[in-house]
Design a binder for this molecule. Structure first.
Ligand code: ADP
Ligand code: X2W
Length: 286
């Protein structure tokens, strides 16, 4: 990154933080689960900027947990290998060959890219998947989707141990079935389950749109359960937005204080959302 651009980044961060001072105490020792979607992972510069926000959160006493996606990266690898792929309601139909590629791309390439970006910014990030220390055990509620899991039993011990050691967990959305099978979990679903089991203060879903849009294309800054249900029935909430809004509702009903769907491509998106009055994106509360 050019020095000039770097200065501009830090000026933006400092401005955000100076307006944020009253909020910092509120978040001391808070747990913030951040889901970084594949579409929100941009250039190395954008990844570095995201990583700086997360390292800064840790420095002010927040316990961040990163859960990532990587759908576009899986698509690219499947295409190279000439394996066809389809989605049903935002979830990938996953046969055995696809599952191998999903795990290789998510736990291998994408997870390590994020871990490395955080550590380059001075963090101490550790890469995991739902397989590690029995973090996520899944049921398979829709066998027609193949190896697609729904988190059913969570063991967050490993995450709490990492918090105690000042480390930032970075989690790939892969789980284990009751029969030991490796399962593909939608990234939003995995992030929601982790936020719920930790009773997180906030769940942020970072994506490539400014928030949830209504039928006129306007971003809704606040959404109620009834809005989500009506907009999904009308087809206004569609595709990849379905697992996000589903996750947000389940999370707030399951004890997470608030969930926000926010544009992860915006500079300092995480800090702006947590530490300013106006926030960003669409917020869903219980
Ligand atoms: N009502 C809506 N408001 C905003 N985006 C929507 C809506 N309905 C569908 N979408 C789509 O959902 C996409 C985000 O989901 P997805 O592509 O799975 O993101 P990610 O890779 O970040 O998880 C948006 O880019 C948009 O095309
Ligand atoms: C079951 C299912 O759909 N799994 C997702 C996991 C990755 C993901 O969720 O990536 P994004 O957040 O970038 O969309 C998939 O195979 O694409």
């Amino acid at each position: 990154m050019k020095k000039q651009d770097m200065n501009r980044d830090w000026i933006a961060t400092a401005e955000t933080l100076s307006s944020a001072l009253p909020y910092l105490q509120r978040y001391d020792d808070a747990i913030v689960v951040v889901k970084l979607g594949g579409h929100a992972m941009g250039s190395d510069e954008a990844m570095d900027s995201f990583a700086r926000d997360i390292v800064l959160l840790r420095q002010v006493g927040v316990n961040p947990v990163i859960v990532h996606g990587g759908g576009p990266m899986i698509n690219a690898m499947l295409e190279k290998l000439q394996i066809q792929s389809t989605f049903v309601n935002g979830k990938r139909v996953t046969d055995a060959a696809t599952m191998e590629v999903v795990e290789m791309v998510l736990s291998g390439v994408v997870n390590k890219r994020i871990v490395h970006a955080l550590n380059r910014q001075g963090g101490r990030a550790v890469g995991l998947s739902g397989k590690d220390a029995n973090l996520i055990t899944c049921d398979v509620p829709n066998p027609e989707l193949g190896f697609v899991g729904q988190p059913a039993e969570m063991d967050p011990t490993v995450l709490k141990n990492l918090f105690d050691k000042d480390m930032v967990p970075v989690i790939a959305p892969i789980g284990v079935g009751r029969d030991g099978a490796t399962l593909n979990i939608n990234g939003d679903t995995a992030a929601g389950a982790i936020a719920q089991c930790l009773k997180a203060d906030r769940l942020l879903l970072l994506t490539d749109v400014a928030g949830v849009k209504n039928a006129d294309g306007d971003v809704m800054t606040e959404l109620k359960a009834a809005d989500v249900e009506a907009m999904t029935a009308e087809g206004v909430i569609a595709g990849g937005m379905i697992p996000k809004t589903e996750t947000a509702l389940l999370a707030v009903r399951g004890g997470v204080r608030a969930c926000t769907i926010v544009d992860g491509r915006v500079q300092n998106a995480v800090l702006l959302e947590l530490f300013t009055d106006h926030g960003a994106g669409s917020m869903i509360r219980a």
